[in-house]
Design a protein around this ligand. Sequence first.
Ligand code: HEC
Ligand code: HEC
Length: 268
Amino acid sequence: MKYLTLIVFILFSGILAAQDGKALYDKNCKACHKIGGGKLVGPDLAGITKKRSVDWLSKFIMSSANMIAAGDKEAIKVFEEFAKMPMPSHTFAPAELNALLSYLNNPVGGAGAEQGSEVPQLFTPNADLGRDLFTGKTRLVNGGASCISCHSVKDEKVFFGGTLAKDLSTSYNVGIVGTMATSMPAMISAYKTHELALSEKAHLELFLKTVKENQLFTHSRQLQSLVFLGGIVFFFVLVLVSGFFWKQTKKVSVKDEIFKRQKKVLQQ
Ligand code: HEC
Ligand code: HEC
């Protein structure tokens, strides 16, 4: 049963890892935007990743209304240019935003892109980088507190953790790092003015994901070491028991008997 859960988990994460930016774009954006060829309901998105930063774009796509409310000048400018027509909000996980923005950065078949070429990711989520961000070994770009000041995780390379908030060993869910920073009061106050970058969220999420997967593996590892220990104990019991019988049967050695027999022959 445990293995079944594990297999399902791995299959599921494999599907998620193969996130297709074009599919996301076609489903969520195509109705209002074109990439090259002028505006539709919203502006033409050709070259948008050169015009705006990855973090600006990810915030705008998640909620342009929040950005306008926060007084972001660029967001207000496009909003006014488009007759104050609001763009709908979206909820994407960091990996999905990465795929979507990677596609906008290099739309297959678009101007300047090779037909059928693979879309290079804007950045590659990395669990080791996530661990370093978690522990504070690498500082967060916008100066937020490292997660370890409040949280702990069961990971072989993380030794101490905060006890102020929950242990995050099994907390991973798609998009968790993005949503927690905007839904948990303690986290909002920690990161409101020191926002996490999109790449940081993606690295942290991948780290929490591998930690969770390792928790599932740890159970089978514990079982293995238990079997191993049991084997050692069994071996010693076997040695003791056989030693006992050996003592019983070999009080007098075989050599001794032969020696006595020969002595007799010689004496005759
Ligand atoms: C219902 C129509 C609609 C949908 C769906 C939509 N947008 Fe928009 N988008 C707009 C409008 C209108 C604007 C103009 C600015 C505003 O409304 O604030 C805009 C603006 C933008 C901008 C700012 C462009 C600039 O010059 O800074 C980006 C980037 C963007 N959209 C990306 C997306 C992406 C990516 C998706 C899909 C996930 C999407 N939009 C889905 C209507 C839409
Ligand atoms: C100021 C303390 C503080 C810091 C710093 C902090 N958190 Fe939290 N976090 C909390 C609190 C409080 C909760 C609410 C859950 C609880 O009561 O423990 C929470 C909840 C969460 C949850 C949801 C847990 C669940 O299972 O529902 C996640 C995921 C999370 N934090 C990730 C992070 C990450 C990643 C970082 C680093 C970028 C971080 N946190 C930094 C205080 C903090």
